[in-house]
Write a protein that binds this ligand. Structure first.
Ligand code: PBG
Length: 315
């Protein structure tokens, strides 16, 4: 009876699996703070992308970790940079023959500098060490074009620079990449829940991102950011993190006329895994409850590290 009358139902196609790929790895490297997740080699990344396709997931989101980081994040838009190489390999794997009735997951790329800079900030810095918004926009535009050319269907600016969506749309259009979409990290909060992600991308960040990510005290500001991204041409707007921001998610979903995404981030994953491993909560039930709640609050698209596992459960 509960199943018959449920208002909210998860489907594998709702789910996007974030994946990390690290240059120069010979074996997948498990992440201590994200049990069950790894930094992939280029080969194991392709296997994971195939598994996502076979599970019927809606998409995969790729993050690249270069061997060499520098102040401008020069590997971020290099044609042979790790993320572009991974995108090309993933594209080729996804374009292999599909079973009848099967669909190809959407190939998404994180469009941000923090994985590529030696200081770990999402942008390039001024001489006094502040993030330089406009200089960073030029870097994002170049990254977006490199990612799209490497086969990404969706460019995902996550750095919270002002004007990033408009800048990227213009750059894609100028390069004749008219069919490439933009998933905007619109309402992205400066959050403690990104902690384990720093391990996942070998981040060197000292300090915080409070000059460009939002204050968790503010909901209205999140709506304003979403409105700006919609006006600049975002194809999907995202709220991040998810679980502590379901109010913001509901409000964005109520006013957005494009699909809305939510990112259940590394810390949300780590908390449930840790409590489950200690026997303090029923892990599997908590996983389903947390992700279903995100959909109930208005997300059309959910990024979650449990995407593959959940797809297996609900198939
Ligand atoms: C920025 C980015 C971050 C995450 C996704 N994209 C880190 C940050 O903004 O500090 C976090 C994802 C997670 O914690 O799972 N490239």
């Amino acid at each position: 009876m509960r199943r018959l009358v449920a208002e909210t139902r998860l489907h594998p196609a709702d789910l996007v699996l974030p994946l990390f790929v690290k240059e120069g790895l010979t074996e997948p490297a498990p992440l201590a703070s994200m049990p069950g997740q790894v930094q992939h080699t280029e080969e194991s990344l392709v296997e994971a992308v195939r598994a996502a396709r076979d599970a019927g997931l809606g998409g995969v989101m790729l993050f690249g970790i270069p061997q060499v980081k520098d102040a401008s994040g020069s590997q971020a838009d290099a044609a042979d940079g790790i993320l572009q190489r991974a995108l090309r390999a993933a594209r080729a794997a996804l374009d292999e023959g599909l079973a009848p009735g099967a669909a190809t997951p959407v190939l998404m790329a994180d469009t941000c500098l923090d994985e590529f800079t030696d200081h770990g900030h999402c942008g390039v810095l001024t001489s006094i060490g502040a993030v330089d918004n406009d200089a960073t926009l030029a870097r994002y535009a170049s990254m977006a074009v490199a990612q799209a050319k490497a086969g990404a269907d969706v460019i995902s600016p996550s750095g919270m620079m002002d004007g990033q969506v408009a800048m990227i749309r213009d750059a894609l259009d100028d390069a004749d990449l008219l069919d490439t979409s933009i998933l905007a990290y619109s309402a992205k909060y400066a959050s403690a829940y990104y902690g384990p992600f720093r391990e996942a991308v070998d981040s060197e960040l000292k300090g915080d991102r409070k000059t460009y990510q939002m204050d968790f005290a503010n909901a209205r500001e999140g709506l304003r950011e979403a409105d700006l991204d919609l006006a600049e041409g975002a194809d999907i707007v995202m709220v991040k993190p998810a679980g502590s921001y379901l109010d913001v998610l509901r409000a964005v979903a109520d006013r957005s006329d494009v699909p809305v995404a939510a990112y259940q981030v590394s810390g949300e994953y780590a908390m449930i895994e840790a409590a489950g491993a200690n026997g303090w909560i029923d892990r599997d039930r908590a996983v389903l409850e947390s992700v279903t709640s995100i959909k109930r609050a208005g997300a059309d698209v959910i990024l979650t590290y449990w995407a593959l596992e959940i797809a297996g459960w609900i198939k």
